[in-house]
Design a protein around this ligand. Structure first.
Ligand code: HEM
Ligand code: MTE
Length: 467
């Protein structure tokens, strides 16, 4: 067998365009597919999305590749092998607190490198119901903590000053494993559209700060009851979470949810250690994170180190002075964070993932695709689509099974086919309706807020139809 040169993942990651050559990996093999890009039956644009990184998460979206002739074809382009992973640099050795962050797929659309914030390419977002882990959006406020699973302990403050300290094997064996398919959405999803009305402070997320996974772990309810808490608690109580990631002053990332949600068997709140059947990836909270279905992503605390029940919400900056909604009339001189409640359940949302803004689509039958979701377990009951800016409407076809009532934690993917004529300019619009008949606002300006959160106006995509 020929001996191939060895390359690191970082070296492969430098080959992302026909000028720099287009390299990809499959397993531990490296391929230079520059000459295949234009021959690809799925299009050059698609193959370039994976350039510089692993093919597997993309091929998970398109089952057409799981045929022997695809791998045979790929073999012709082999140029190397991946070198065994080198020990990653550490924050201590380099002085860069982010030096120990994991390596990510170069196909992600990065909004900020340090801390790492990235979303999947929009056109792939809704190709599959479950988002592959490598493409799941990542929202980090701080460096990713390096956790040794052997010495990891989760501290659960019980009533009367008692506390539980749970190792990973204890969390796995003492509590039944519960699985929930849930969508996580960041409060800042679609913020970029809000900045077009007036500048806002925050990462310029497009439509991809939302993803769906099947989460596995212990129910938070079971752990709280095991720690000695009762199902019913009089008065107002909150369950506060702390992460292992801390800011320069030592304050950990933190958030809280109401006690009633934490103990409700119907709310499905998890202490998750699995994501899509694999152990949690480092970026998504390894080894344990909270997953609060139907609630803004900010409450699903990653790298969980401590759980405590308190009469007050989490004192964390992210609970008290961020992730709240305000009137368009409030600016940075007048904002008083104490006057608004922390965001918990999110409003109804939808977006068009295909085609993309500015695309030139072929005349004939156009397929419009997207996602829709609502907070609080409210199901999406309908998605309306317009091709003329909202003058006339059609009803999209919703894919997937009907979720159990009041526990619709996951998005629905939808599709609409319609004939389009050459030369036409289309303004495609979508809007979703949830089980409480909540609808999305038609425009952004009236829901503008200084932090750019809760951006859920009708999504509009302009495209032209080729002659
Ligand atoms: C179809 C190869 C990367 C998306 C195909 C087919 C082959 C192929 C041989 C036709 C299969 C058949 O119909 O029997 C490859 C190779 C790749 C690669 C060798 C990498 C070196 C990708 C990536 C994506 C993608 C990264 C998506 C991001 C598609 C799609 C089709 C397709 C959507 C279906 C096209 C259609 O049926 O109209 N690919 N592919 N491919 N590929 Fe890829
Ligand atoms: N937990 C910790 N410990 N640190 C964080 O920065 N970000 C939160 C939440 N949990 C965060 C966290 C925010 S704002 C969101 S939207 C989700 O994690 C994103 O989860 P993901 O990165 O797995 O998509």
């Amino acid at each position: 067998a020929p001996r191939y040169p060895r390359y690191t993942r970082e070296e492969v990651g430098r080959h992302r365009s026909p000028q720099d050559r287009v390299w990809v990996t499959h397993g531990t093999e490296v391929f230079d597919v520059t000459d295949f890009v234009e021959l690809h039956p799925g299009g050059a644009d698609k193959i370039l999305l994976a350039a510089g990184g692993a093919l597997e998460p993309f091929w998970a979206l398109y089952a057409v590749h799981s045929q022997p002739h695809v791998l045979e074809l790929l073999r012709e382009y082999k140029v190397g092998e991946l070198s065994p992973e080198e020990a990653p640099p550490t924050a201590a050795a380099t002085g860069d607190p982010f030096a120990g962050d994991p390596l990510r797929h170069p196909g992600l659309c990065v909004n900020s490198q340090k801390p790492f914030n990235a979303e999947p390419p929009a056109e792939l977002l809704a190709e599959r119901f479950l988002t592959p882990n490598e493409l799941f959006f990542t929202r980090n406020h701080l460096p990713v903590p390096a956790v040794d699973p052997g010495s990891y302990r989760l501290r659960v403050e019980g009533p009367g000053g008692r506390a539980l300290s749970l190792s990973l094997p204890e969390l796995r064996s003492r509590f039944p494993k519960h699985e929930v398919t849930a969508t996580l959405q960041c409060a800042g999803n679609r913020r970029a559209e809000m900045s077009q009305v007036r500048p806002v402070k925050g990462l310029p997320w497009d439509i991809g700060a939302i993803s769906t996974a099947r989460w596995g772990g212990a129910r938070l309810r079971d752990v709280l009851l095991h720690a000695g808490f009762e199902e019913e608690r009089e008065g107002e109580w909150h369950v506060c979470f702390e992460g292992l990631d801390a800011d320069a002053g030592g304050a950990p990332y933190g958030a809280s949810i109401p006690y009633s949600r934490a103990v409700s068997p119907a709310a499905d709140v998890l202490l998750a250690y699995e994501m899509n059947g694999e152990e949690l990836p480092r970026d998504h909270g390894f080894p344990v994170r909270v997953v609060v279905p139907g609630v803004v992503g900010a409450r699903s605390v990653k790298w969980l180190r401590r759980v405590a029940v308190s009469p007050a919400e989490s004192p964390s900056h992210w609970q008290q002075n961020d992730y709240k909604g305000f009137s368009p009339c409030v600016d940075w001189d007048t904002v008083d964070y104490k006057t608004a409640p922390a965001i918990q359940e999110l409003p109804v949302q939808s977006a068009i993932t295909h085609p993309r803004p500015g695309a030139a689509v072929p005349a004939g039958e156009l397929t419009v695709k997207g996602y829709a979701w609502s907070g609080g377990g409210r199901p999406v009951v309908r998605v309306d689509v317009s091709l003329d800016g909202g003058r006339t409407w059609r009803v999209a076809r919703l894919a997937g099974e009907r979720p159990p009532p009041e526990r619709a934690w996951a998005w629905v993917l939808w599709e609409l086919q319609a004939p389009v004529a050459a030369g036409a300019e289309l303004e495609i619009v979508c809007k979703a309706v949830d089980g409480s008949y909540n609808v999305q606002p038609d425009s952004v300006a009236p829901i503008w807020n200084l932090r750019g959160v809760l951006s859920n106006a009708w999504h509009r995509v302009r495209v032209s139809v080729r002659d």
